[in-house]
Write a protein that binds this ligand. Structure first.
Ligand code: SF4
Ligand code: SF4
Length: 414
């Protein structure tokens, strides 16, 4: 699709980038059936093709309206449309550009801006989030049911193996995950220790994704630069890579090169970090699982829910399933494997109705498989599905680690 740019555009470089990304769209509509919001609402403007049209209008010099903002806000950034698109349209980047254009030209109402700023600050700050979670646990009985069910019980503290191996990798500690589910990174450390790799905690915080997706670019960039500085020191000291156990954060870190491409001080360092970023499933092989004698499955049935950030964002498909099979699980796939569960970062808070509808659909398709456990690979999906599923939902690495003795005892079954 050709986008004629006006002679003078108030956001020239964004308009140019949008026009360039839109060029490969041939308007075929193959992406529509893959889009969860189009599935729920049936409105072309809530489909990828409709949103591309809205962004094209902005690039052509038309000022965005509240309607533009509403349809872009409803997009989950799940990128299922990217997977479905035969022309290779980079929709994920395009919607980021579109949102940036809206943010600069159509400021939000004060209440909405305050909510988004508060979310960005509270969720991406581990100390603040941990304190709020502690209060939530204390007063759970006084909270509305919808909120109370999303607060997990206080997790058991798990031992972290000592740094005893020559091979070392750094782990992104993150922001909400250590407070909600500290056992996930501890499980990754236990499995890697078993295969001869020491996982070192980075002492850092948020990857920047929360603020980035709330269009709070300055806050996001300062988190990104802080991480780059910390991790560069670790890489120079011999760490092999940066391991990330939340696929949403992994996608963001792999995007650091893109995010800082125009920063003369950080562009090269950001590119190095992006190349060194790995989802935990990328550092393990089925042979590792066999050699480490990890037999967590023993014929148990696991339903695999692949996070959008893993399958559509990072384009990693089939890897976790292979690892779970190697550990003896029967791996089951739902009938809607490519559709988002509705979590999508802060989407579940900002668009609660659509998010809940998508969760009900996903929990239904996963539970129809009658699994013993549901596995996923992202903290957001895990918490979101857990609040409705009757079957336990775990990170897949926790499921594998469950058979490894820790603190002198075998961990509880996942
Ligand atoms: S499938 Fe790709 S080319 Fe076709 S309308 Fe969607 S984004 Fe455009
Ligand atoms: S990212 Fe997801 S919700 Fe947004 S347009 Fe694409 S498929 Fe639809």
């Amino acid at each position: 699709m050709h986008t004629p740019l006006p002679e003078h555009h108030p956001l020239e470089s964004l308009a140019r980038e949008a026009a360039d990304l839109i060029k490969s769209c041939v308007h075929c509509g193959f992406c529509l059936p893959a889009c969860p919001t189009y599935h729920l609402l049936g409105d072309e403007l809530d489909s990828p093709r409709g949103r591309i049209y809205l962004i094209k209008q902005m690039a052509e010099g038309n000022a965005p309206t509240q309607i533009t903002q509403q349809h872009l806000d409803r997009c989950l950034s799940c990128r299922a449309c990217e997977t479905a698109c035969p022309s290779g349209v980079r929709y994920g980047r395009l919607v980021d550009v579109g949102r940036e254009m809206v943010a600069q030209q159509a400021p939000r109402a004060a209440a909405s801006s305050v909510t988004r700023a508060a979310l960005g600050m509270a969720l991406s700050n581990r100390t603040l989030f941990g304190a709020a979670l502690g209060l939530g646990r204390l007063f759970r009985s006084l909270l509305p049911r919808a909120l109370a069910v999303s607060i997990p019980p206080r997790p058991r503290a798990l031992a972290w193996p000592g740094a005893r191996h020559a091979r070392r990798m750094i782990v992104l500690e993150g922001c909400v995950q250590p407070a909600l589910q500290p056992g996930i990174n501890a499980a990754a450390a236990a499995v890697l220790d078993r295969v001869g790799i020491s996982l070192i905690r980075d002492g850092g915080g948020c990857c920047g994704a929360l603020n980035h997706h709330l269009s709070r670019e300055e806050a996001a960039l300062s988190q990104v630069r802080r991480n780059i500085d910390a991790w560069t020191t670790h890489l120079e000291a011999g760490a092999e890579c940066i391991v990330i156990t939340a696929s949403g954060c992994g996608l963001m870190v792999k995007d650091y090169a893109q995010v800082l491409r125009d920063d003369p001080l950080y562009a090269a360092k950001a590119a190095r970090i992006s190349v060194a970023a790995r989802d935990i499933c990328e550092v393990l092989t089925p042979e590792d699982i066999a050699r480490a004698n990890i037999k967590a499955g023993e014929g148990r049935r696991v339903a695999w829910q692949s996070p959008c950030t893993l399958q559509h964002g990072q384009k990693i498909r089939g890897r976790v399933e292979t690892l779970l099979s190697a550990a003896g699980f029967e791996v089951l796939e739902p009938t809607d494997p490519t559709r988002c569960c509705g979590s999508a970062g802060t989407y579940s808070i900002l668009q609660p109705e659509m998010s809940a509808q998508l969760r009900t659909l996903k929990v239904g398709s996963l539970e129809a498989l009658t699994p013993d456990v549901i596995a996923t690979g992202n903290i957001g999906c895990l918490q979101h599905l857990s609040s409705e599923a009757a079957v336990p939902v775990r990170h897949w690495i926790q499921i594998l680690a469950a058979s490894i003795p820790r603190n002198g005892a075998t961990a509880a079954p996942a």
